[in-house]
Design a protein around this ligand. Sequence first.
Ligand code: CP
Length: 305
Amino acid sequence: MFKNRDIVSIRDFSRKEVDHLLKTAQKIEKTPENKLKILSGKIMGTLFFEPSTRTRLSFEVAMKKLGGEVVGFSEPALTSIEKGETLADTVRVVENYVDVIVLRHPLEGSARMAADYASVPIINAGSGAEEHPTQAFLDLYTIFKEKGRIDGLNIGILGDLRYGRTVHSLTYALSLYDDIMLYLISPPQLRMRKEVLETVKEKIRFKETSKIEEVLPELDVLYVTRIQKERFPDPAEYQKVKGAYKITLSTLEKAKKDLILMHPLPRVDEVDPEVDQTNHAIYFKQVRYGVITRMALLALVLGVL
Ligand code: CP
């Protein structure tokens, strides 16, 4: 199902395949660490052309926990890209050193192009504002672990739905599930991209709104994202929406008791740190689920599970 596959877009995967990944993650979570050295002798290459804390480190930790090795870069300025080497050539060189490549790049379409050139699997760790499929996998695993199911939930996605790649992948992913009501909450300027809505409109019920307070009491899951300042073509446009929403203790007064509050992180100012102490906040647990999900993904892509 996953062996030797590129992980470029969540749209390339069926419900059955995603469920298989989540079940594999569950098995990995239950297995003692000393029995998990199943990628011994394998090498993962990390090519990060954009900043990252979680995605790069969690892939590295996942690979190491599975007994594998890691090479790569997170400062392209120190590589031959600085001399003018193309992404296509970089990938065709690195594939000679490694068994799988994890790529983060600012350009939409970069992961697809890299996959066209590479003979080893390419895992998209974020392609511009387009997609972040492995974040969606870990988001689904988090919802499944915390709510016991994904089908039938009322899910709110709040924030920058225009430039946020995690919310694009998550929306595609949720459209694979049954009977979900999706609330897309954002300032008018940051609404979900039309191409995403066109793709999912026959598969999932959704409502767009700019008022969190109108939908909050309905929600089982609230997924908050920061405004992606770095992706605005015009800084003046960013200034107009900066600080447009913030989750505080008082916002959550009308939430269901068992609402889970997720965030792909990094957080800037959209979730008040005072919320961290509530039972709703699971964004740091979500980080741990990320390692488990990426372990499952690497094991499946490299064909050992
Ligand atoms: N969630 C996420 O992609 O975080 P990083 O940018 O730190 O990898």
